[in-house]
Design a protein around this ligand. Structure first.
Ligand SMILES: [Zn+2]
Length: 406
């Protein structure tokens, strides 16, 4: 299938046979040599870390929780007004209303202004699930109920990201690459949140990166996090700040620039990286159909036709044009259209669209996700082919290098 005839380089990727993957290893190795020399073990050791220890990260676990049930041994509840400690096992129920938090344990009850910080000497649990270090409870900034923020060591947080975003069963080089990307992204978001005086650094869901919690941790994930401890990606020739290390499920053949998807410059990230490794992804190619009536509901107007009027160099759709039933034309950026249809259905903006006889529209595309930064299925395959994690990172983030920051 030739999706985008206007882009010769993309045709090569699309036509690639899985059996030809191995030939890529040698060029990648040589192109990664400068990266290895700068970032390899000796290079890392020669530059002292910039931070004495790993920072704590504040992870927004959930919002609008009607009641928070906390339990554990030697729990301590701390607020601006009072600190309560219970030696032995106890369970506490917290409810949040209009800036106040009502705390109840057995028959005793009190009310304090938010936030409340809860910690335990041994084993804090929320709804029976283990939670690391501290939970800070706020009254929801939007809507009702409580907002839960888990404060924990950033390295421990990464152990809980491994089985949320990928899997500790993958090849260790693939996981190491993923961990360094996830650490870099988390550290970038942390710095940004602190400069904005936000009360949390990252969300636990897909808005940032999926933190599956303390109960998802396993020994393999912990060991691989330990091996790359403190290593982040920084922009080559930059001031040494962590890059916003975007990554996504499946690029489908070529990555995209951050400015084209998010409208923001991301130093150290370059689009246009070719990838022939993600062909094993179940979303390498996809298609789906939407009835015209459903499209009208999602868009707010009935359409007669829909076409892609502009594409980026990668072949991804840039803008779309709709003609409604009275012949009027409307335009919309492809990224916005994807958001309206639902990112889990319109898997990427690399698609062709055709109108069927029934009036429905058929989308045929490649890849899954925004396409910026590292392709996770590509990194998985590269690791399985025996590629070192530093080479995997240099392939997907060619404008960056690794630095140890703690
Ligand atoms: Zn890919």
């Amino acid at each position: 299938m030739n999706l985008h005839p206007g882009h010769a380089h993309l045709r090569i990727e699309v036509g690639m046979k899985p059996g030809s993957k191995g030939r890529r290893i040698l060029p990648v190795f040589f192109s990664a040599l400068p990266f290895l020399l700068i970032s390899g073990p000796r290079g890392l050791a020669s530059i002292p870390p910039t931070h004495p220890r790993s920072p704590s990260i504040r992870v927004l676990l959930k919002t609008e929780v009607p009641e928070v049930l906390l339990s554990g041994l030697s729990l301590e509840l701390h607020s601006a007004q009072r600190t309560v400690r219970f030696d032995g096992e106890s369970a506490w129920r917290l409810r949040c209303e209009r800036g106040r938090i009502r705390v109840r344990m057995g028959s005793s009850q009190y009310s304090v202004s938010d936030p409340v910080t809860v910690s335990s000497q041994a084993g804090l649990r929320w709804e029976g699930r283990a939670v690391r270090e501290k939970l800070r409870i706020y009254t929801s900034r939007k809507g009702r109920g409580c907002e839960l923020v888990n404060e924990l060591d950033l390295e421990d947080y990464l152990v809980g990201v491994v089985n949320g975003e990928f899997s500790s069963r993958w090849h260790e080089e693939s996981i190491s690459a993923q961990i360094i990307a996830a650490r870099t992204y988390a550290f970038h978001q942390l710095k940004r949140a602190r400069s904005r005086l936000s009360h949390y650094d990252v969300e636990a869901g897909t808005g940032d990166q999926v933190y599956a919690g303390a109960e998802s941790e396993d020994l393999r994930a912990r060991e691989l996090v330990r091996r790359t401890r403190g290593q982040v990606l920084v922009a080559r020739n930059g001031p040494g700040a962590p890059i916003k290390a975007f990554y996504h499920s499946t690029c489908g053949g070529i990555t995209e620039g951050a400015d084209r998807v998010f409208g923001e410059r991301a130093p150290g990230i370059a689009g246009g990286v070719r990838c022939r490794y993600c062909t094993t992804s179940p979303r390498y190619r996809w298609s789906f159909e939407v009835p015209a009536a459903e499209l009208a509901t999602l868009l707010g107007f009935r359409i007669r036709d829909l076409k892609v009027t502009a594409r980026w160099e990668s072949g991804r759709a840039r803008s779309l044009e709709f003609s409604d039933v009275s012949g009027r034309l409307k335009r919309m950026p492809a990224a916005e259209f994807r958001h309206r249809i639902g990112a889990e259905r319109l898997r990427s903006t690399a698609f062709e669209v055709t109108r069927l006889g029934s009036g429905a529209f058929r989308f045929e595309g490649r890849g899954n996700g925004h396409g910026v930064g590292m392709c996770q299925w590509g990194a998985k395959e590269m690791g399985e082919q025996g590629t070192h994690h530093v080479q995997i990172l240099s392939h997907y983030y060619p404008a960056s290098q690794i630095r140890r920051v703690w």
